[in-house]
Ligand binder design. Sequence first.
Ligand code: 0WD
Ligand code: CA
Length: 384
Amino acid sequence: RKGDTRQEEAVKRRQTASPPTTLQVQENLYDAAFPFYKQPLEMGRFSLDATRSFFNDSRQLRYYSPPPPGDSPQFDLRDGYRDRYVKRDESIKERLDHLLQWILLNQGLLKAGAASSETTSSWLNKDFVTWRGHLTKVLTTPYEKQEGWLLAVTLFQGTYYISEVETEAARRQREERTAAQEELMYMGYKFEQYLCAATSEGIPDTGGVVNTNEAFCTVVQTKLNGHSLLFAGEVDCADSKHRSQKAPDCYVELKTSKEIYSANQQRSFNRYKLIKWWAQSFLPGVPRIVAGFRDEEGTVASLKTFETMKISHMIRGDWNSWKPAVCMNFCNAFLSFVKKVATQDDPRLVYLFSWEPGSDVSYSKHKDPTLAFLPAWYVSSITE
Ligand code: 0WD
Ligand code: CA
């Protein structure tokens, strides 16, 4: 009602104990001390092969194999695009399936660590299960100006499962990608091939096929304030020469970016790209990012290593720069918001959280089989 003051509204909300309807995202609201983030611990690994089949092992892990010191790289990232490229079918939505498969195959491991259950009821003993990539999107939300997101949440036996739903805009962009954009996507994978070997002492096979069905994923557990998390993320390679052979210390993330020629390009790189690189690698504790800078022809002639933990220092002096604490505090607030909103424990029920740049996060509730994402094989296996 018009006459109500904000305070009266707040009182009423408390009396009815109804959940808040939106979550604000303005960065100033989250500009506080860095929250508690537990050192990520690798719980397991899985692989997807050339046909996208799941394996509960590290068979797809590749090894970092840079050119010998002194040799400057000359990587032609367009090589093989026409004749040595097998592209994953992006119209197939896999949702959380591979991670859920890993969970079912590793129940013993998860049960062993489930002694100190506080907030969840089942042996899984995690508040949230999701992909690392979904959390990356949440982290960068306070600074994102272009792409919104849709995250589906199901509460099942005390655990909140988060799975992305493709937005209309993202689907359109995917279906209307230009030839140049398709080639650019290929170039990122080709860069990986130039720097990765199949064995720890091997050398890259740059004449081979690039097959984007193949993936190696790490499964990590961690905690953000009071929220326990289990998520999986794709890892490009491990450095067998790194001083620590422990995961995730030995993991290396590979990236390509346009060569930077002007101060303006540098500013935009720091403001919009480094935040995504930082968030993605910080979440699973991947300490190093090796970037290849490509020219107009798609040739990489220089590599640069970024230490994940130093990225925020690099950009600290920039005007209008981003802050890791804002990203993490917002993520913490979003996870708390999810817990307040998603109260009904039901594997067929989906709370759809939605965000567009310039707006608050809002949600809607759905009992719609096309949105439900926990597969029957998972639900029945957990229920019995
Ligand atoms: O269902 C979905 N909407 C998604 C599923 C979105 C994103 C990923 N996935 C799945 C895929 O099964 C993939 O194997 O997640 C896996 C990767 O998960 P992630 O590590 O959580 O994803 P993210 O951090 O966004 O991306 C890591 C890498 C990318 O490398 P770059 O350097 O470009 O960030 O995974 C690849 C890509 O190489 N990748 C994907 N692979 C398959 N499907 C996808 C995707 N949708 N997105 C990125
Ligand atoms: Ca990568």
